[in-house]
Ligand binder design. Structure first.
Ligand code: HEM
Length: 430
């Protein structure tokens, strides 16, 4: 369990996956540690991880850090369980689920993705920064489509960046700490949302077709939310699709650059989709469904880069797992990363090979497919995320070619990022 208070946190953060592998070699697939301030059971056992994700009802609720829960709000989906979770998740499914993506969101993503990717020709950009801006811009347009004056947008973005930093900080509420700054940013975002909601109600401009209005009017919804639940739901939408979508987009650009054969096949797929369309014509649902290779590229990127390392749970009572008793209150880290490199599931696991997803259709549905979690917490934004990244790739590869400038090093733990950014030179694709 390491040192008093600090436990093994330093080894965990510094050595990352190596720390996990070393502990597994010593103690087996399931072992205990003390990380990030909590006694924690770490499971690298795929069967047990599946059991953990599928059995929230037995007392295995989400166990995300206190700073994250405080800053994302007490009505945030990760902070609630049981009936309240069903209510918040039901509302989320109506906002971001596959049928809403098909009926409403795809056309907006198309419109704003084109706008976002305009005028990149002959520029050197940091693709990490750009993909983060892209993920935020698209979510923002879903939530507040017509409110997006530059000032309003900048203010949201600035506060949202601080909020995100706060969610991954130690919960020390003192001016100057990331937690304090993140919490203040949350307050500012709520204040802005309140003002907009009040203005819309007062001027009865409640007919705008965006998520805030949908929530304010409870249109056709059996999941009616109170105002403070609405604000937390909006913060959830901004936050949940941010890092996952932006990191996958950035990593896809890197892998495509390093694998010209994959890029060529991807481009072919997108030019076929555009074949009978004018430049202005948007992508529709059938076009998206035809992007089978693109979907494979996205899954292969998520697998190889392991955008999500694992999922945190907490035992709400003493419980038996694999012959051990897990004391009430302990965290459980279902470390799902290793399954991505299992040679039985993915032959030559360290090779970037999107074709594997087309050759073996069952890869998307096997029992240990955890890229989007599992059980009652399976990602409700899965299709939205894939559509967003597909549209980004569509306009990026059909409009541009690019080359990397310098060596942007990627760090894979505790999150996938390029600490100094990742610079590319973008040119028009003729
Ligand atoms: C494409 C990239 C994405 C990946 C890899 C991803 C991955 C995941 C994973 C692994 C979980 C499970 C968390 C857990 O069990 O503790 C999850 C949950 C969730 N995701 Fe995603 N996600 C993605 C995109 C999105 C988007 C775009 C949204 C919405 C805007 C979203 C909204 C959510 C929500 C609300 C939950 C919590 C569900 C619940 O607790 O019931 N995700 N996601």
């Amino acid at each position: 369990m390491g040192w008093p208070i600090f436990g093994e946190t330093l080894n965990f953060l510094e050595q990352g996956h190596e720390f996990m592998r070393r502990q597994r070699a010593r103690y087996g697939n399931v072992f205990k540690s003390h990380i990030l301030g909590c006694p924690t059971i770490i499971s690298m056992d795929p069967g047990l991880n599946r059991y953990i994700l599928l059995n929230e009802a037995k007392g295995l609720v989400p166990g995300y850090p206190q700073s994250m829960l405080d800053i994302l709000g007490k009505h945030n989906i990760a902070a609630v369980s049981g009936c309240t979770h069903k209510q918040i998740r039901g509302s989320a499914m109506l906002l971001i689920g596959p049928s809403t993506v098909k009926e409403h969101l795809l056309s907006k993503i198309d419109k704003y993705m084109r706008l976002f990717l305009q005028n990149w020709d002959a520029k050197t950009i940091d693709i990490q920064e750009k993909s983060q801006q892209m993920a935020f811009f698209i979510s923002f347009k879903h939530i507040l489509e017509d409110e997006s004056s530059n000032l309003m947008y900048e203010s949201f973005k600035e506060n949202f960046d601080k909020l995100v930093m706060g969610t991954i900080s130690l919960p020390i509420n003192f001016p100057g700490t990331s937690y304090y700054t993140g919490f203040q940013a949350r307050k500012k975002i709520i204040k802005l949302l309140k003002e907009i909601a009040e203005n819309r109600r007062a001027s009865s401009t409640i007919d705008q077709d965006d998520m805030l209005n949908y929530l304010l009017t409870n249109k056709d919804s059996s999941y009616k939310l109170k105002d403070e639940e609405i604000y937390d739901q909006i913060i959830m939408i901004l936050n949940s699709g941010y890092e996952t979508v932006s990191t996958t987009s950035m990593m896809a650009v890197i892998y495509l650059h390093d694998h010209p054969d994959v890029l060529e096949e991807l481009r072919d797929e997108h030019f076929i989709v555009r074949q009978n369309k004018s430049n202005e014509e948007p992508i529709d649902w059938n076009d998206y469904k035809a992007m089978r290779f693109t979907r494979a590229v996205i899954f292969e990127t998520m697998r190889l880069a392991t955008v999500v390392n694992g999922l945190l749970r907490k035992a709400t009572k003493d419980m038996g797992l694999n012959g051990f008793i897990i004391p009430k209150g302990w965290k459980i880290y279902a470390y799902t990363r290793e399954i991505n490199y299992d040679p039985y599931l993915y032959p030559e696991p360290f090779k970037f090979n999107p074709w594997r997803w087309l050759q073996d259709k069952s890869l998307e549905s096997h029992s240990y497919f955890f890229l989007f979690g599992g059980g009652s917490r399976l990602c409700p934004g899965k299709e939205l995320g894939i559509v967003t990244i597909s549209m980004f790739l569509h306009y990026f590869v059909t409009k541009y070619k690019w080359e990397e400038i310098g060596e942007g090093r990627i760090r894979y733990f505790p999150r996938v990022e390029a600490p100094k950014g990742l610079h590319i030179r973008v040119m028009k694709y003729q």
